[in-house]
Every structure is written in C-alpha cells, then in structure tokens.
Design a protein around this ligand. Sequence first.
Ligand code: ATP
Ligand code: MG
Length: 388
Amino acid sequence: MINYDHVMVRFGELGTKGKNKKDFIRLLGQNIRRRLKEYPDLVVEVRYDHIYVKLNGHEAKEVIEMLQDVSGIQTLSLVYRCEKDIDVIIKSTLELISHQEGHTFKVKSKRSDKSFPLTSDEIVRKVAPAILKTDKYKVDIHNPDILASIEIRDEGAYIFTESFPGAGGYPLGVAGKGMLMLSGGIDSPVAAYLMMKRGVKIECIHFASPPYTNEGVIYKLEDILTKLNVYQPRIRLHIVPFTKLQEAIYDHVPESYCITIMRRMMYRLATKLAYNRNCPVIANGESIGQVASQTLQSMKVINEVTDLPVIRPLATMDKIDIIKIAKKIDTFDISIRPFEDCCTIFTPKRPKTMPHLDSVEEFEKTFDYEALIKEAIENIEVRYFGEE
Ligand code: ATP
Ligand code: MG
C-alpha cells in the first residue's frame, strides 16, 4: 500500500528574489531542521523553490503541526513522490484517493520539468478518465470533495490531495534582531511572537523592581520564554535592576507624572541596551489607548527619549484579538498568573493621559537619573532560554 511520504513546504514569493531568496530559503531550511530536531528520522530536503520533509513512516499530522509553528511558510501539502511515469502516476493517484472521503473529484496538474513528455492538460486528460472508470466518482470542477493535484518536478512526480495553511511571515533571522521589552503581562509575549513571525530575532529586556516585585515574576518570564522557544530556539533575557530608579521617580515626581517618567526611563534603558547589543529597533506590547501611558500624546512624550524606531506590533489590535494569539502560543495562562509587576505596584490613582513634555523635562531635572541609568545598565543580569 502506498501512502503520503513527504510534506511539501511552499513559501511566498514576496520579497524573495535573488540573494534575499537564497537567505530566505537557507534560514527557513535551518529553522525547519531545528523545529524537527527531536526526530532524526525526518529528513529535510532544501530545493530551489520548495522544501520537502521526508516522513520515513512518521505520523504526518504531528509533523504538519510542528511545521505550522515555523514562520516563512505559506502552505504545506502532504505529498506522495513517485517516478515520472504516467502509468505509475495514474495508479498512485487512484490508490491515494481511495483512502479519501468523498464522491466527486477534480484533477489539477502542473509541469515544472518541461522535459516530461505530457503537458499539464494532457496529464489531467489521462488521469481523470482513469478515476472515472472506477465508477466510484463523478467530476465536479467547481466544488469537488477530492482535489487531486499532480506536479511534475525535476526530482520526481508529486501527488497530493490535502493542503494546510502555514504561519506566513518570514523565516526567523531574515530581518535582523530587535530588543523586546518583556513584562509578565499578556501583551508583550504576543508582541514577541509577532516580531519573530516577521523574521526578527529578539533579545528581551525586563525591568525588575525587587522587593516590590518578587521572584514570581521571573518564574513567569522563564515559563513564557520557554513557550517562545518554539519560535526562537534560544532567547537572551536581560534583567535590569529598576528599583533605585523607580524609588527616585516616586521621591521626586508628582504622582500623576510617575508613569510617564518611569516609561521614559524604561525607553532610555532599552535604547542603551539595544545599541550595546546591535539591535537597530526596540519593540514592545503597547496598544493605542489601552492604558494612560498608551494614549497618542503619552506615546509621543515617552518616545522623545529614543532615536531608535519603536515597533509596536499590537498598536492597532483589540485586546480580544491579542488574547486569541496569546492562547494560540500558549502564554495566556502564564501571563494571567497573579504576580505584581512593577507597574501595578506603583500605579497612581490618576495618571496623566495628556502629559506635557515641558513638565516632564522639569521633573526629570530634579534628580540625577543618568547616574542611576548607568548603574542599572552595569548591573544587568543575563539569562538564556533554550538551546541553539
Ligand atoms: P503587558 O501585558 O505586556 O504587560 P500592559 O498592557 O500591561 O502590557 P504596560 O504595563 O503599559 O501595558 O506596558 C506596555 C509595554 O511596556 C509592555 O507590553 C512591555 O512591552 C513594556 N513593559 C511594561 N512593563 C515592563 C517591565 N517591567 N519590563 C519590561 N517591559 C515592560
Ligand atoms: Mg504590564
């Protein structure tokens, strides 16, 4: 009995020309191998316009699901590879569709190997009558139960009846590296995932304020980062001691301005670290209007302190859609564990939604935050999650 023996991986053409295309495919092949590395029996074959995963008897569903985690893949098909011989193709197609539910069918064909003697049309006109002859199926070209596709390529003929969506986006690493601000909340892990999906590798920065925040927050981050390792196998986390800065802010700044200034300090630290670590951008989980510090006016006043682009993948998303992604990547249950983060503890009763830059700058002159920033950067603790 024959059965599907490979998964065919297709990537979008978008942005994949010339040297870019080469990098794209090389990285995608690498990322696929990493995702499947627990299973040495699976063989990844990288070709010019497709990647194939040879199943060697492995359960297909599990492999498809793992591949759906890998960004840069448009669609996936479960395929059977056979000899480029029309009789073998016909026989194989008949056997493959006999395992399939349904009574109506359509045959589609594509010939990339132009040395194959039959055109796409001719292939269809040979295969379809053979299926009809079994008396089990009728043709339905508009809405068939079974769509049998046949592709003739250099290395063989492929037959498939089922395709699955991939994650889309770009292969991790193709777009460089960014510094992501990671709290223990719902939003920032989703922002991390969306950056990775777009091809950006991330390093994470976390501002910790012990004893106001306890080790519980760090355990949350560990669990979140372990989940994110599915998409990026190794992640560097920088834990910045933020307590002294935060105390200085609350000693010197009127309560309603504390959040704005605290976030400016976070941005200053993230920017310094991003430069140190060769990251040309910062990213975070801000979403327009979600809280006082995320009004457009607040964003402007906070953004003033950095000269790096700040990418906010969630900027225009509704919370309900953010939560959907958080559930999909399995970070939601971790994020909602009740641990204080440094923002919830210091949350003022009436934070400014329309902070004024002049006032902010006046308040910041009342204490030597530069020294505290320098000290915080010098005392960063680094941890790694996952393996290369
Ligand atoms: P989240 O759910 O990600 O915590 P949030 O809705 O609670 O976000 P804020 O607390 O205003 O919103 O934070 C906005 C963004 O700032 C976060 O998504 C995160 O990227 C960053 N951020 C907030 N607190 C910290 C922290 N302690 N360490 C690192 N980044 C932080
Ligand atoms: Mg938060």
